[in-house]
Ligand binder design. Structure first.
Ligand code: SAH
Length: 307
């Protein structure tokens, strides 16, 4: 089904706050929203970009938006306000999505969306330390309810545990050297600031020109570890949430990391009640990447419930 879509890419500023530009909006509308008056579960509603587009393109649709970041939800609330009565926002881990549906007394839904990764809003908040480009505290928790921070990992995990995190989640070539230097430096001081970690990384890798900043992979790996990102995705995909999805309705997942994409691909292939809609993952158009470089590594996979 093709739909005309009021892409929300210009709606980036909201009351002086930087708002995340939603990724692959047209594709999500086209592949996920097969019912014009459906109830959609947006498990990572963030600042409400995709939700806004669903609500504005389908005047009878409803969105249940979950996010575990309270600040993001506050922005989503302002942004979606004009659709009052057609959306519910809940601060929760999406692994508890069923519980949210129970609370709202909603038995069946017409679509599930997960947009994994980190929002612009989180990246720009220096107090959280997600970005290696801005000085801040090495926190990296998307939800204040999480108890392990990046600082805790850096200062207490063993050399082997650090190497594993950087290797597996970051596919970082210099994981061992960086981890050794972290262990050496933390004997002298507590590693708590973004600039301290960036300096350790820069002193651990060979001096040459890099395509991406040498700190990119380590920061990504720490974020994945702090927020238990891969585990949460697996818990969700093995949960009973699909019992709540109507037959002939779809789940769409946007991932930004090859490990996440592999998990999604394998689950979509192996769950017998799902049929893969997108054999190859959909990717953003060249034009979208030009307008929003953060979209460049996005991959969208879609599956339909068939029984
Ligand atoms: N689609 C959104 C952007 C999502 S960014 C938009 O258009 O605005 C990813 C969001 O997922 C972040 O806000 C993050 O807090 C949230 N998130 C990540 N893991 C989560 C989890 N386990 N439970 C709930 N929210 C999660």
């Amino acid at each position: 089904m093709k739909v005309m879509c009021e892409a929300d890419s210009k709606n980036v500023w909201l009351e002086e706050e930087i708002v995340h530009i939603p990724v692959m909006v047209k594709e999500v509308m086209e592949y996920l929203c097969v019912s014009r008056d459906g109830v959609y579960l947006d498990c990572t509603v963030g600042t409400g970009g995709h939700a806004y587009n669903i609500l504005s393109n389908f005047p009878n649709a409803m969105v249940i938006g979950i996010d575990w970041d309270e600040e993001a939800l506050n922005i989503a609330e302002k942004r979606l306000h004009k659709f009052q009565g057609r959306y519910y926002l809940r601060c929760e881990n999406y692994t508890n999505a069923e519980k949210v549906l129970d609370i709202l007394n909603i038995e069946y839904i017409d679509g599930i969306l997960l947009d994994l990764g980190v929002s612009k809003h989180q990246l720009s908040d220096v107090t959280r330390g997600f970005s290696f480009q801005r000085e801040g505290n090495l926190d990296m928790r998307m939800s204040k309810k999480l108890d392990i921070t990046a600082e805790h990992i850096l200062n207490t995990y063993t050399l082997k545990e650090l190497v594993n995190i950087f290797n597996i989640y970051g596919e970082e070539r210099y994981a061992l050297r960086i981890s050794k230097n972290i262990c050496r430096e933390r004997e002298k001081y507590r590693i708590s600031k973004v600039s301290q970690l960036v300096n350790i990384i820069l002193s651990s890798v060979p001096r040459k020109k890099y395509r991406i900043h040498p700190a990119t992979r380590v920061f990504q790996a720490l974020r994945i570890a702090v927020n238990n990102e891969l585990e949460n995705l697996k818990i969700f995909l093995t949960s009973n949430i699909f019992k709540r999805l109507k037959v002939n309705r779809r789940i769409a997942i946007i991932s930004f990391h090859s490990l996440e994409d592999r998990i999604v691909k394998n689950f979509f292939r192996d769950l017998e009640f799902l049929e893969v809609v997108s054999k190859k993952p959909l990717t953003p158009s060249a034009e979208e990447v030009r307008n929003n470089p953060s979209a460049r590594s996005a991959k969208l996979r879609v599956a339909e419930k068939v029984q």
